[in-house]
Design a protein around this ligand. Sequence first.
Ligand code: SAM
Length: 373
Amino acid sequence: MLRGEHDAPALAGRDACAGATEVAAAALANLNENQHPAITADQVNLATPDTEVSLDDTHSAALQVASRFLLGFAAAHGGGIVGLCLHADKNDGRMMEESAALYVVPTPLGNLADLTRRSEEILRTVRWVAAEDTRHSGPLLKQLGAQARTIPAHQHNEHEAAARIVDKLRAGEAVALISDAGTPGISDPGARIVAAVRAAGCKVVPLPGPCAATTALSGSGLLDEHFLFYGFLPAKGGQRRQALEELREQACALVFYEAPHRVLETVEDMATVFGERTLVIARELTKLFESIHSLPLAEALDWLKADPNRQRGEFVLMLSGAPADAENGEGERVLKLLLDDGLPTKQAAKLAAAITGAAKNALYELALTLKKQ
Ligand code: SAM
């Protein structure tokens, strides 16, 4: 139970709600034209806050109580209200309703504790959950005590699902969008639904949360300043090698998703195309057998083959970026010109990188070496 203890009385329902409304009304009666009631943090922040609403301590305290009661009332009566953000009308301070939204909700990659508190609240209180696989998401929703009805929203029905979702939003109902694991729309269905909802003029509220790419990258130890998220490479060998060829000159770290049954052939292709690079293999993140292993790309295939367990589970493969062509290339030429012109090392490396697209760190290292000569 993540809801704060102070919320418990709110779940008592209608009477509590009526009491809270009186508190809110009393507070509102005392507001002048520059004071608007605040809806904060753990209550109706489930929808985006109105930026024009400002805080007044005395009044907001009463309204926070009121809002919690309202939220609790909604939860106790099957949800629906949570998609409506209560805010004060600028002119007369009356409480207004804002339209419902599509909440894009990341779900855990493996460890259930990674569901954020805000995501949990959304899933527990929205009326509709659009899910990639309703059977897969059922246990999670059940565990949360979610009352929501589900809408199938997978890669083969995104247009149809989007139309249904837009209908719900237009009827003032809140909808959460989830995929089987991680962030919807990231190598998962969802992008078309979000596009359709936005095109229909309805509100989309993306929530931060689990994503295999960022989780893996944050634990990779790769020092590249930039990264390119590629997702899944083509399944067919020829197309995969072609895709890798096109990425060869990228100076940023490259992040791929890969299935266990293809990891050997993909790593083999990477070694053929890229030559000397660092490969980081992140496997089973947030799960019991989580491992993150960094090694020279040329050694990776043997390492994977040495133990079948290393080929099991879910993978994120990360490659260091193309080494800057700093020794002979444009980066070095511009760097030398700037250093000769008297620019400090750091600034020269930064400018040379900006001008030529070469990696700043590599140019900085080169500049230090040149200065010592
Ligand atoms: N939408 C998800 C996200 O935000 O990361 C990705 C979904 S995609 C269909 C599934 C792929 O993500 C897997 O094949 C794997 O490459 C990666 N992945 C998902 N969970 C993972 C985990 N626990 N450890 C490593 N990789 C994972």
